[in-house]
Design a protein around this ligand. Structure first.
Ligand code: NAI
Ligand code: MG
Length: 827
């Protein structure tokens, strides 16, 4: 080829990266890689191995151990043992270790990058310029957090032993995302890499040895899902940090339900890439390349749904096809290729199957004219048009280089299409109109939104999902909370001061509480008898007239509602006197309440000032009727009036507290390397189910409801089963306090039954649960349906009177989700 011809075609030849150092490393370790336990490279107890394969050639690279029960046991024991010292190691020392790890990664960056590309099939350009630099960055960033721990998180404690289970798409990066924050905050780790890509994890362990990391602080057990499951089930593990498929995330949610294990899940996505007609189309084309052909599309946040405004769709698609024609698929170690190999035959098969299904369902695929190499596992970049929004390829995560294009006309249609998925991991919005782009960014339900950009990540910015994309954040300050316990929790249960609690013995009892009849129908006779004994002191009928029946109802959509069941449950005082009746709520009532809560979603966009005003107003109106509430509490719970008055005062103060917080729980702007702003906004979660225990029934109720609504959520609250009247009386206060209908809905009845219905409900976005451990388990189990966020307030049960346990930032954090909006600037 002549120079002139080269100038004409702009073609370039191969530019292979040398595999020699990585080959040497493999040969030095042949035939099989060890496990890493207690700072030693050990062979597995049972000699079971499998091949790790180079997806670009289909050839085995080396054998990897399948860790079994005994190996996991050893690793967890080592981590537990190491925890004792590591969590007491001063932050500055931990910072030095993390800094050392970052240095090691940088010094061996090329070996790590080459090995990663050989094992995973990703282009060397990406492993060298993106994965490995981000790994180092993550350790540096978290070295800083280790240093600042005492100052920024005083009194906090690590969660304990972390079981980290990671996927194959970013093997070393996902290791860093879990190991760096865990170690920085004083936890120890047992990590299980994905079975397709374990190599760099073992190499990293060698670097950790060099960095002098103390024994047992980091352990690595390789193996497939069975090894992962052993880790999940191990009682010595305090937290599972998982990244992978939604399917396995669900299994893990169920397996850990009720165990008290902390859990963070970073799952799949079907992220929208939204292009408005005023976008710079050439930038958009490069954006699409990054969004869906980065890492062969095997990216949880891949922009796999291209939503284009109708007017520019033909032009954009034409330019996109032209660009696709020039993409290069091939040897991952060639510095000049754009797309490498698919990780494994099963994954390739899955992509092929879904592409076939797309075709069968009527969509039109387009692929470049050239052919992929046939030796390894390759798949060409693929663009689907004529895609129906409900079709399989528009809904299912393909996890390959396949994008599905759809069109829209208006902004609201774009938002509706973007949100037409159970996932909520990420989104890209392209427009030169920044006002509109930001408006759309706020309307899309996703943990990360990139404006005029895509796939930007940094250790300073939290990454994680909304909805079925999981919960928890990785990176930044928001990610650290996943690895920390609050100071009062860390101090253990003594802080609960159980002696002085009125319900110390039975507040969380498992048996149906005696104050309310478990069967709604049986007690009538008894109740009537009780009525015969005279009315409670705060309801004495005047001058011998029969009392006018006062029937607390449920409170749904701003209206007092009778129970669907037609049954009531009797509320008795501790001495057996009849106090009243409340509705026996059922599935239908919850459904109505959830619907009402959804209809009130405008609350989320009410100004924070407005929400604060309403919280203060509720406090004011409650105070006006304070004596009545205190007397009611005293009769209901049998506590002295003075104690009840204190509960009332504490309730008013709690309302003030969240009135105060409503406009002060600010987000932040993260210091990422972007030339622009990375805005971390706190957003409400949506519809929350709040399940109260029997401790301090008025204060407990408000302790859950107030922070939730202060942050813009709407709620379905199930008040204390035993002492429901404190909450049902409250709805009259709500009615006079300008609280919009549907923001707070109250359903009375059997706690566990209603809790389960809420946890199973697919339109409920989060559940907070205070109650016995068995109930907590049930809620966590049922929550796996739509992967809703849960917060268990049962371990240990909280004394709502103690502000450290009953209010504050942790409540606000659990009532919000962080959305990171990346906005580049400059011409
Ligand atoms: P996977 O979810 O099975 O694997 C992720 C990790 O979980 C691996 O380390 C695996 O060994 C482990 N694991 C599997 N079963 C387990 C169990 N029962 N208990 C504990 N750990 C378990 O993902 P897989 O099979 O590799 O890929 C399947 C699909 O999942 C992909 O096609 C893709 O759609 C999606 N995926 C999503 C990822 C993401 O980052 N969101 C990452 C990897 C896969
Ligand atoms: Mg491999």
């Amino acid at each position: 080829m002549s120079v002139a011809e080269i100038f004409q075609s702009m073609a370039y030849g191969p530019a292979p990266e040398s595999a020699a150092p990585a080959q040497e490393w493999l040969e030095a370790h042949a035939p099989a890689l060890p496990l890493f336990i207690n700072n030693r490279m050990v062979t597995p107890r049972e000699a079971t191995y499998f091949d790790s394969v180079n997806p670009a050639t289909g050839q085995p690279l080396i054998k990897v151990a399948q860790a079994g029960t005994a190996d996991v046991e050893d690793a967890v024991r080592a981590a537990r043992e190491a925890l004792k010292d590591w969590k007491r190691t001063p932050g500055h020392l931990r910072a030095r270790y993390l800094y050392g790890l970052a240095r090691q990664v940088q010094k061996h960056a090329r070996l790590l990058a080459v090995l990663e590309s050989m094992d995973n099939g990703k282009p060397i350009r990406e492993s060298r310029d993106i994965d490995i630099p981000l790994v180092a960055r993550h350790f540096y960033h978290h070295a800083g957090w280790a240093q600042l721990m005492d100052e920024e998180f005083p009194g906090h404690e690590p969660v304990g032993v972390v079981g980290a289970i990671i996927p194959w798409n970013f093997p070393l990066l996902m290791l860093a995302w879990k190991v760096a924050p865990a170690l920085a905050t004083g936890n120890t780790v047992v990590l299980k890499p994905a079975e397709f890509t374990s190599l760099t994890a073992i190499l990293f362990c060698e670097l950790a040895q060099r960095a002098g990391l103390p024994p047992g602080v980091l352990n690595v057990v390789t193996g497939d899902g069975q090894t992962g499951a052993l880790l999940v089930e191990h009682p010595g593990v305090d937290k599972i940090a998982f990244t992978g498929s939604t399917e396995v995330g669900r299994l893990i949610r169920r397996a850990t339900a009720g165990s008290g294990k902390c859990l963070s899940l970073e799952l799949g996505g079907k992220s929208p890439f939204v292009v408005f007609d005023d976008a710079d189309l050439d930038s958009v084309v490069e954006g699409v390349v990054d969004a869906i052909w980065f890492n062969q599309g095997q990216v949880c946040c891949a922009g796999s749904r291209l939503l284009v405004q109708e007017g520019v769709a033909p032009r954009l698609l034409e330019r996109l096809r032209a660009r696709m024609e020039h993409l290069r698929v091939g040897d991952p170690l060639d510095k000049a290729i754009d797309i490498g190999a698919i990780v494994a035959p099963v994954q390739l098969e899955k992509i092929r199957r879904l592409v076939e299904q797309g075709r069968a369902e009527g969509a039109t695929p387009w692929q470049p004219s050239w052919a992929c190499p046939t030796d390894g596992y390759f798949f060409p970049p693929t663009l689907f048009t004529d895609v129906a929004p409900a079709s399989t390829i528009a809904q299912v995560e393909i996890f390959g280089p396949v994008i599905a294009a759809m069109t829209f006309r208006t902004k609201s249609e774009a938002v509706a299409l973007a949100n037409n998925t159970p996932y909520g991991l990420a989104a890209s919005v392209w427009s030169e109109n920044i006002n509109m782009a930001l408006d759309v960014a706020r309307a899309i339900k996703a943990g990360t939104v990139w404006i005029n950009s895509t796939n930007l990540f940094d250790a300073a910015s939290g990454f994680g999902g909304y909805r079925e994309s999981g919960f928890g954040r990785e990176g930044g300050r928001e990610g650290l909370h996943e690895y920390l316990r609050e100071p009062w929790e860390a101090q253990g249960t003594e802080a609960a001061g159980s002696e002085t609690l009125p319900l110390a013995a039975n507040g969380h009892g498992e048996a149906p509480s005696s104050g309310v009849d478990a069967t709604a129908t049986a007690p009538l006779a008894e109740a009537d008898g009780a009525r015969g004994n005279g009315h409670s002191s705060d309801e004495l009928p005047p001058l011998g007239l029969p009392a006018i029946d006062r029937t607390p109802k449920m409170f749904i959509g701003g209206k007092q509602a009778r129970p669907d069941s037609g049954y009531s449950r009797t509320v008795l005082a501790p001495d057996g006197r009849y106090l009243g009746e409340v509705g026996e709520g059922n599935r239908k009532d919850i459904r109505n309440a959830v619907e009402a809560a959804h209809a009130a979603s405008g609350w989320a966009t009410a100004t924070a000032h407005n929400r604060a005003q309403i919280l203060y107003y509720i406090a004011e109106n409650l105070s006006t009727r304070g004596q009545e509430f205190a007397a009611r509490l005293a009769t209901m719970t049998g506590q002295p009036l003075a104690e009840a008055e204190r509960e009332l005062e504490a309730t008013i103060e709690r309302l003030f507290c969240y009135g105060g917080w409503a406009d002060k729980y600010d987000g932040s702007v993260h210091a990422t390397p972007l030339r622009g702003l990375t805005i971390a906004a706190h957003e409400p979660i949506g519809v929350m189910g709040l399940i109260c225990d029997d401790r301090q029934p008025l204060l407990g109720f408000v302790s859950l409801v107030a922070p939730a609504i202060a942050m813009g959520n709407t709620v379905v609250a199930v008040p204390s089963e035993r002492y429901p009247l404190a909450a049902t009386d409250l709805y009259q206060v709500f009615e006079t306090s300008d609280l919009p209908p549907g923001v707070v809905n109250i359903v009375t009845g059997a706690r566990e039954t209603l809790a389960r219905v809420l946890a199973e409900h697919d339109d409920v976005d989060a559940v907070w649960y205070a109650g016995p451990d068995s109930g907590a388990r049930q809620v966590e189990l049922a929550s796996a349906g739509n992967m809703k966020r849960t917060w268990m307030l049962n371990r240990p049960p909280r004394d709502w009177r103690d502000p450290a346990q009953g209010q504050g930032r942790s409540f606000l954090r659990e009532a919000t989700q962080v959305k990171n909006i990346w906005v580049p600037y400059g011409d």
